[in-house]
Design a protein around this ligand. Structure first.
Ligand code: ZN
Length: 268
């Protein structure tokens, strides 16, 4: 089966206007609809079903997952899923809710506000990705202080109330994408464990349902982060290893939506 992952889903006119190095994280409604049309003869399953499925290796199955917790997953994506009767999983980074942490999207605003280049953005982002939460925020604020005009995360991300609202939708499953969206494999073990565990427990208390699945921020995993995820109580975890899932295992591969057509063409 194919497990796809995406981030933002925007109406066509808005999708073309998204600028910056992370614009690849956006799929337009038309492109998503085109892909879903192609998948009409495939069975859409929830990641909740994977452990019980005997036919995970079935090429005519797929699952949809969306990372980070963008507000457009509620406003734009959810109506499409409902209309088509499709299942999906939203992997939410709890510290992204309400834009509590201004990260990539705010950073890009600040860099472009200063008139700096894509390369400047990538350099600062790379330095910050590998740090812990405190060093990352300090590094960003030092080089690119925040102003009211360059704070975007707050309006881009879901609020906690919206997450609770989404959790009541029968076709959706909510998973964790960590708390602070750090590169877990570069963190101290107790920091990584807290990232895995806190987001799970916090969302469980908000939505009153178990959080059983986890998707790695940046797909960055290691043997010991997988082990910590087991310890934190997850039933399955998801990487960004772009290949078909052949069998159920604790860590499942996922293919980015922008490569979905190629994957289907080539039966990757
Ligand atoms: Zn992410």
């Amino acid at each position: 089966m194919y497990i796809f992952y995406g981030h933002r889903v925007l109406p066509d006119k808005q999708a073309v206007n998204v600028q910056g190095p992370d614009s690849g994280n956006v799929i337009s409604v038309s492109n998503l609809e085109r892909l879903l049309d192609r998948l009409t003869d495939y069975k859409c399953v929830s990641v909740d079903e994977l452990g019980d499925m005997r036919d995970v290796a079935d090429d005519r199955c797929y699952a949809l997952t969306f990372d980070d917790g963008f507000k457009d997953n509620l406003d734009v994506l959810l109506p499409i899923l409902k209309e088509r009767g499709l299942q999906a999983t939203y992997f939410v980074a709890t510290r992204f809710l309400q834009g509590e942490i201004p990260f990539e999207y705010d950073l890009w605003q600040r860099v472009s506000h200063n008139g700096d280049s894509d390369d400047d953005y990538r350099t600062v982002r790379l330095q910050m990705k590998t740090g812990n939460y405190a060093t990352r925020q300090a590094g960003m604020n030092e080089k690119y202080p925040q102003s009211d005009s360059n704070r975007t995360s707050e309006r881009l991300m879901l609020s906690r109330d919206e997450l609770v609202e989404l959790s009541r939708e029968s076709m959706l499953s909510i998973g964790s994408h960590s708390h602070s969206h750090l590169v877990l494999s570069r963190q101290l073990p107790w920091v990584a464990f807290n990232e895995l565990s806190y987001s799970k427990r916090a969302m469980e208390s908000w939505i009153g349902r178990r959080i059983e699945h986890f998707a790695y921020p940046y797909g960055a995993r290691s043997f010991w982060t997988d082990w910590l995820a087991r310890l934190a109580g997850y039933r399955s975890i998801f990487s960004t290893e772009a290949k078909r899932a052949q069998r159920f295992q604790f860590c499942m591969p996922r293919i980015p939506l922008e490569r979905a057509h190629a994957a289907l063409d080539l039966e990757l």
